[in-house]
Design a protein around this ligand. Sequence first.
Ligand SMILES: *Cc1c(COP(=O)(O)O)cnc(C)c1O
Length: 424
Amino acid sequence: MSDNGTGVVIAESSTPLPEGVSLPIYMDNHATTPLDPRVLDAMMPYLTGIFGNAASRNHSFGWEAEKAVEHAREQVAKLIGATSKEIIFTSGATESNNLALKGIAEMYRERGNHIITQVTEHKAVLDTCKKLEKQGYRVTYLPVKADGLIDLEDLKRAVDDQTILVSIMYASNEIGVIQPVREIGAFCHEKGILFHSDAVQAVGKIPVDVQKDNIDVLSLSGHKIYGPKGVGALYVRRRNPRVQISEQINGGGHERGMRSGTLNVPGIVGLGAACEIAMNEMEAEAKREQELRDYLKDKLEKALDYVHVNGDMEHHLPGNLNMSFVYVEGESLLMGINDIAVSSGSACTSATLEPSYVLKALGLGDDVAHSSIRFGLGRFNTKAEVDYVSDKIIDVVQKLRELSPLYEMVKEGIDLTKIEWAAH
Ligand SMILES: *Cc1c(COP(=O)(O)O)cnc(C)c1O
């Protein structure tokens, strides 16, 4: 143990580095993923020689770029069971979510002013909803159960004759739970309400099919599926029902008028390539990641007491594990594992550490939320890395608990769990 001068005790560990593992280890694939080298290969020509503007209609530079864009549009569409005309390219899923919510709210204003979403959405949905509330829309934020899933009965009760849109994410970026999207979509269609899903974490990781899943509008992002940053797409259904979206960026009328601006051709080519790779490799990769994830989970659970997995594990992304290490101070835990890139249950907002709003929505107390870690396993993580990460965490958690008066009391038989969890 050492004191780094700030009064925060850092647990020093001597966890051996397995062969083939180099530090730091990246295990934060929900935040972003590295570019797949095959995606870079596909993009390279469009960053160099093939530089045309896809909107240039009278020379081969433009035609070549346009051809590449249309090929990518097909690759994206195919991955989610859509047709290429239903794909709008954007700058990423933040823009896709904004376009979906604002574009539908504006277009269907005559029909109603009520939108339903849920409390653990990504900020790109929540903050857009807040903005819409300021403009006179009503938004219902459904709660989630302790397992992170919404209750369909809550959704059914929230609908009224003014409801125009339901926006529920496919899978959580934080706790990995997969919402009952198909049932939500079926219910919305029955009621004649549009259904948008932020499917950033699901697309390319688990099967997503806009037909089977009854989705009308769907957001996805390149950099969460081993493609480049700054590119994404919005699926907009054209039949049964035909969804109309009011454009939020005006200009040259690109993307069927729904999103003006010169297309990011290399980015779009990269997104297309990333989708095709995901399509071909998803099944095997999901199995591999889930095995690694379960191995990590089992190892931590066997070695440590008072650990707690967040989010329903049955409806869960293969590469996600969100775990709370009770009786460990969150900041010290993170410092102790500073050669591993993971996310904590704390969000930095204006220089203060706020407990994650997602974990709080599950009923976790502030301390437990702070001592939680999100592991995001991805395509390039290996078993050797999982071994290093688990050994290191076990070592650090054990050392920190030796210093924890609460943990000492628990060991002496005073049942603190009731106190600790009283806030739930
Ligand atoms: C990353 C992410 C976003 C934002 O996507 P960008 O392309 O980075 O704007 C939106 N929703 C979810 C669930 C995400 O994980």
